[in-house]
Design a protein around this ligand. Structure first.
Ligand SMILES: Cc1cc2nc3c(=O)[nH]c(=O)nc-3n(C[C@H](O)[C@H](O)[C@H](O)COP(=O)(O)O)c2cc1C
Length: 204
């Protein structure tokens, strides 16, 4: 009996490993194909007026994209920060899932930015459980964009779920510009990602 259970467990573990491997290969192939379109250098030629880039980032991916947007557009930057410092652990993932379900969004640190002087406002953050990261819900709950042009962006492993729809529902008063999403990719794609950003900005 014990032998049978061990064999079943081994088969399950192997099946899981194969499914994960196939998924990762599919994602890598999709990223490679998408970013191949941005391999040639592009020049930035958008005129977006006075720009503010607002972002939340827990692990740095969104921060990297936000900084690239800010460098190109010569923007001011506002970083959304939580009062509690989130520590990395497997339990954090389940906690976030619960918090999203209960609409229990974290308290933020610092004061809200003054948006009045900006023509274009980028707002970005990570995808958590197929929607916006909870600090983005906290932030959007506290601002009214009052008809300003707001351009959302997200970073994610590979699945942005309902990020855009949820952003639209929660961004009060926003006149939405075209959303862009960035999968986490290897550093070798840095130039292609930069070109993808330039292409997006030029078409806003
Ligand atoms: C709690 C949690 C949930 C996540 N859920 C998703 C998801 O649903 N889909 C996805 O593609 N990536 C998901 N990710 C991965 C992040 O979206 C991705 O790594 C993102 O770029 C992280 O941004 P940051 O480095 O700015 O914090 C999740 C990460 C965390 C921490």
């Amino acid at each position: 009996m014990l032998k049978k259970i061990i064999i079943i467990l081994i088969i399950l573990a192997l099946t899981g490993a194969v499914v994960a491997l196939v998924h990762n290969l599919k994602v890598a192939y999709k990223n490679k194909k998408e970013l191949a379109a941005f391999k040639d250098n592009l020049s930035y030629r958008a005129s977006l007026g006075k720009v503010l880039v607002i972002y939340y980032s827990w692990m740095g991916h969104t921060q990297a994209i936000a900084n690239q947007i800010a460098a190109l557009t010569k923007a001011d930057v506002y970083r959304i920060e939580t009062a509690e410092v989130f520590k990395s652990s497997p339990a954090f993932y389940t906690r976030v899932k619960k918090d999203l379900l209960n609409k229990n969004y974290p308290e933020l640190k610092g004061s809200m930015p003054d948006l009045s002087s900006y023509d274009t406002i980028f707002v970005g953050g990570p995808v958590w459980w197929y929607t916006m990261a909870t600090p983005l819900y906290s932030f959007l709950g506290q601002v009214d964009f009052k008809g300003k042009k707001v351009v959302p962006f997200s970073t994610q492993g590979s699945n942005s779920g309902s990020f855009l729809e949820d952003f639209k529902t929660n961004a009060k008063g926003a006149n939405l510009g075209s959303y862009e999403k960035f999968n986490n990719v290897n550093k070798k794609y840095d130039t292609a990602v930069n070109n993808k950003i330039i292409n997006w900005l030029n078409n806003l």
